[in-house]
Design a protein around this ligand. Structure first.
Ligand SMILES: [Zn+2]
Length: 267
């Protein structure tokens, strides 16, 4: 069985006691690399603790746009930077980005926090796995995210647009900027994403689940977990008419290159 990678999760939001079983369920279907992204300074710290404890886990540090309760401060940035430098298991600056949904935090705070954290990623030479949520019918919001990445020279570090649900033009703009497209379970239900996958080269893709606790689903076995990255890989294989092994090998290689860790390639 080829190795699969989950490029984006929130494992730190699960209770400690659940982590070994989640990792074991993932391992049983070949998922051996899992990035867990911070959404606050505190959660970034917990992501690093998990990464330092469990070999398959790697950490992202960052403050999520939806978690801004005030402007990002110099202290927050200094904490993120020292956390990122504290462990070789920190693989990315994540989760950062912009969110244009109803009720999202002040956009001026979001823009400033995103720019500051892109600069942090460049200082740290870490890739950026970013969040971009447009309002329904307002896809131009993604262009704002890409504009900030461009203006802040984020191509120096690259990364991926996480939980991709946008159109092909957005995907191509993202690739032009030196970023990958990270696909999750929406590919299983949104037909336009099949068109995006068909049109893009395999070298553009990484896979993820964005797993976090989902108590709104009554059955625990239906919660999304890193093991489900295999379902996303199977769908990519089906849409492209190729084997699952080929998808696993390519997306693992892509993620490892994106993270600039070729020496550790687990394939
Ligand atoms: Zn996320």
């Amino acid at each position: 069985m080829r190795t699969l990678c989950d490029a984006h999760t929130h494992l730190d939001q699960f209770p400690d006691g659940e982590i070994p079983a989640i990792l074991e369920r993932a391992r049983q279907v070949g998922v051996e690399v899992i990035i867990t992204a911070g959404v606050t300074v505190q959660s970034s710290r917990r992501c690093i603790a998990l990464a330092d404890t469990y070999p398959p886990v790697w950490a992202g540090v960052g403050v999520h746009p939806m978690d801004l309760t005030s402007p990002l401060t110099e202290d927050d940035l200094a904490s993120l930077e020292s956390l990122a430098r504290s462990s070789p298991k920190v693989a990315a600056v994540s989760e950062i980005g912009l969110d244009f949904s109803e009720g999202a935090p002040d956009l001026a705070w979001q823009y400033d926090a995103f720019r500051q954290q892109i600069r942090l990623a460049r200082r740290l030479r870490l890739p950026i796995i970013f969040h971009s949520r447009a309002l329904p019918g307002r896809p131009e919001a993604h262009q704002e995210v890409l504009r900030l990445l461009r203006e802040e020279q984020a191509w120096e570090v690259g990364g991926a647009m996480h939980y991709f649900q946008a159109d092909l033009a957005t995907a191509q703009a993202c690739l032009d900027l030196g970023f990958h497209i990270s696909l999750a379970k929406p590919l299983l239900r949104l037909p336009h994403l099949e068109e995006v996958v068909r049109a893009l080269p395999l070298s553009a893709l990484v896979l993820e689940t964005d797993s976090y606790p989902q108590p709104f689903k009554k059955r625990r076995d239906l919660w999304t977990e890193p093991k489900d990255v295999r379902l996303v890989a199977q769908k990519v294989a089906e849409v492209k008419g190729i084997g699952l092994d080929e998808v696993a090998e390519a997306t693992t290689r892509n993620l490892w290159r994106l993270l600039k860790r070729p020496g550790l390639l687990p394939v």
